[in-house]
Design a protein. Structure first.
Length: 164
């Protein structure tokens, strides 16, 4: 079973409470109201939200949770493999529901973060192959490689009068 599939529901296809509950059950997590709300909020987002953004989105949607509950549920969802936590370009923790192998591109003008699939990141793929072929100096064991591309997003380029 692929990491993005749980109980017959793919992460990107989760659209309703039943789907979210199925994802949680597939990882043997209790489907509490708070946990369902947190996961559903992140799945519905096209961004890579911070804790503050998730907190505010839940508050606006009429499903407020305490900040402690939010942190506890995010930790449980990451530990269960339903979300990925990474440091954004500003150093703040962000959460990603895309569990497929990918990297990120960051707009240096507006801060927007977008996913870059592995096939589009051929240079990054070479880095990953290199780490598998020989150990790093000093005996380091590499567990993962994260590449962050930087540039200008299409919207910022249009605003600046540049072609996308």
């Amino acid at each position: 079973m692929k990491p993005a599939e749980r109980k017959g529901v793919r992460m990107h296809d989760a659209r309703n409470r039943s789907d979210v509950a199925g994802l949680l059950a597939g990882r043997r997590l209790r489907a509490t109201a708070a946990r369902r709300a947190v996961l559903a909020s992140i799945l519905a987002s096209r961004k890579h939200p911070t804790v503050d953004e998730i907190f505010e989105r839940l508050r606006r949607s009429g499903t407020p949770v305490s900040i402690a509950t939010l942190y506890q549920n995010l930790a449980a969802l990451v530990a269960a493999g339903l979300l990925r936590r990474f440091a954004g370009p500003d150093g703040v923790a962000r959460y990603d529901h895309n569990l497929e192998a990918h990297h990120h591109i960051v707009c240096e003008r507006c801060g927007r973060i977008a996913d870059v699939n592995m096939q589009a990141a051929e240079g990054a793929q070479s880095i990953m192959e290199l780490r598998r072929q020989r150990p790093l100096a000093g005996g380091w064991l590499v567990r993962a490689v994260e590449v962050e591309f930087r540039g200008a997003c299409p919207q910022c380029r249009r605003r600046a009068g540049q072609r996308p």
